[in-house]
Design a binder for this molecule. Structure first.
Ligand code: AMP
Length: 114
């Protein structure tokens, strides 16, 4: 999608600190980290929100979790614990309309989230 910043990152048209890439997914450092570890995992395919995930995307979305697990292990936070978040639509705080899993860790997470 032409106006999507995460599509541009996936296409390497915008800079990002990319930690992992394969045929269908990319993981990169969040530009405004909210925790010592804050990585975003995105599909290369443009999907605007969680509500737009179709049956045909099930394997792709499952793969995002596999990539997130890999990031958590690589960053050394897997055993301590980490949080995976996908915001959906305005009240959740979704700001970028290309689905992404936030991988957050390296500090104690609070519940309920703000
Ligand atoms: P959300 O509010 O769930 O849509 O999260 C969007 C996230 O994208 C925020 O945590 C932003 O800090 C992050 N973000 C926005 N632009 C960039 C960028 N160019 N590179 C890396 N992260 C970004």
């Amino acid at each position: 999608m032409t106006d999507c910043i995460f599509c541009k990152i996936a296409e390497r048209k915008l800079p990002a600190k990319i930690l992992y890439e394969d045929n269908t997914a990319v993981a990169f450092e969040d530009i405004a980290p909210q925790a010592p570890v804050h990585v975003l995992v995105i599909p290369k395919k443009h999907i605007s929100t969680a509500l737009d995930i179709k049956e045909e995307d099930n394997a792709l979305v499952g793969h995002l979790y596999q990539v997130a697990n890999r990031i958590a292990k690589d960053k050394g936070i897997a055993e301590r614990g980490f949080r995976l978040v996908m915001n959906c639509n305005p009240e959740s705080g979704q700001a970028v309309y290309h689905i992404h899993l936030h991988v957050l860790g390296g500090r104690r997470m609070h519940w309920p989230p703000g």
